[in-house]
Design a protein around this ligand. Structure first.
Ligand code: PEP
Ligand code: MN
Length: 338
């Protein structure tokens, strides 16, 4: 249930509507827009007459939300969500690039990354300390030590940190060391993890599962938001199809579809999206042209010696070129680099 309050509705009127919704069995989430306050009532029953709410003082209109997800729906927040972390705004006019290695490997590696990543214009450094590897024999990440050295390198270069959380027990560590918690493709439907992330108050970057529909991605975002953590961004990172020429098939069309369906910022990952270094720049350009709010890209000072995902990882010179090129595309579509 969606209740839009009149412009100028008083706090007492809004409170009275909230009380009525709670009486009816709804959990109420409030979104304060520039003009209107919108109340999202989430509850089991959707089979009553919205007119009973429409007659309450201060109510402008009332609708049933027909989509399976409610809080993630653009109806709930037509203007779009801007996630502000220090001086970085994700989901606003500026395109935010998050770049860094697939895995944090060493002090020297992460420091070298932070230096050229910051120089090229990215505002966030990425890097996995806990790695979800297809094989148990592959490098599994440096754990807490990896987070510590990435945090220090990020702070030296005025960058934010995004890093993956694979399990509920890792949440406190990620909250301590990173600014954005990444949920990987393999965990998109780990509902216990998503519920726990609903309880924290730090932004979450939620990646699309390799076989997930757009609706399933938004339902996973809804899990986090229904716990009260509204700072979620969704990420297209390629899906599995019959095509074998690329690691995954990057679904560029998901970007405009997501922008229409949800108010959440949309990030694109052309590294995992294609698995191929030479495809990253063209797909980064395409993603910005299609309306993405940001990029998540793998870079490394020496990708051919990277501990993971070297084949899709950009060299520093390729990263600088990508930053220049995407800035031009951003400008062409009325955006700008952050
Ligand atoms: C990553 O970004 O490091 C990663 C493991 O990506 P994904 O979950 O999309 O495979
Ligand atoms: Mn990777």
């Amino acid at each position: 249930m969606l209740v839009v309050m009149e412009e100028g509705a008083t706090e007492a009127q809004t409170e009275a509507v909230i009380d009525r919704l709670v009486e009816m069995g709804f959990t109420v989430h409030r979104s304060t827009g520039v003009r209107h306050t919108v109340l999202g009532g989430v509850g089991p029953q959707d089979d009553f007459d919205p007119a009973v709410l429409e007659v309450l003082d201060g109510v402008k209109e009332c609708h049933r939300i027909v989509s399976a997800y409610k809080l993630a729906s653009r109806h709930f927040k037509p203007a779009g969500t801007i996630i502000k972390i220090r001086d970085v705004e994700i989901g606003g006019p500026a395109i935010v690039t998050m770049a860094g290695p697939c895995s944090v490997e060493s002090d020297q590696q992460i420091e070298a990354c932070a230096e050229f990543v910051a120089k090229g214009g990215a505002r966030v450094i990425r890097g996995g300390a806990f790695k979800p590897r297809s094989s148990p024999y592959s490098f599994q990440g440096l754990g807490e030590h990896g987070l510590q050295i990435m945090r220090r390198a990020a702070d030296r270069h005025n960058l934010l940190v995004v890093s993956e959380v694979m399990d509920q027990v890792q949440i406190p560590l990620l909250v301590e060391y990173s600014d954005i918690l990444q949920v990987g493709a393999r965990n998109m439907q780990n509902f216990n993890l998503l519920r726990e992330l609903g309880k924290i108050r730090k932004p979450v970057l939620l990646k699309r599962g390799i076989a997930a529909t757009i609706e399933e991605l938004l339902l996973s975002a809804e899990y986090i938001m229904s716990g009260g953590n509204y700072e979620v961004m969704v990420c297209e990172r390629g899906i599995r199809t019959f095509e074998t020429a690329t690691r995954n098939t990057m679904d560029i069309s998901a970007i405009p579809v997501l922008k229409r369906l949800t108010h959440l910022p949309v990030i694109a990952d052309p590294s995992h999206g294609t698995g191929k270094r030479d495809c990253v720049l063209p797909m980064a350009r395409a993603a910005i042209a299609a309306g993405a709010d940001g990029l998540l890209v793998e870079v490394h000072p020496d990708p051919d010696r990277a501990a993971s995902d070297g084949a899709q990882t950009l060299r520093p010179d390729q990263y600088q070129e990508m930053m220049r090129e995407t800035a031009r595309v951003a400008e062409a579509v009325g955006r700008r680099p952050a």
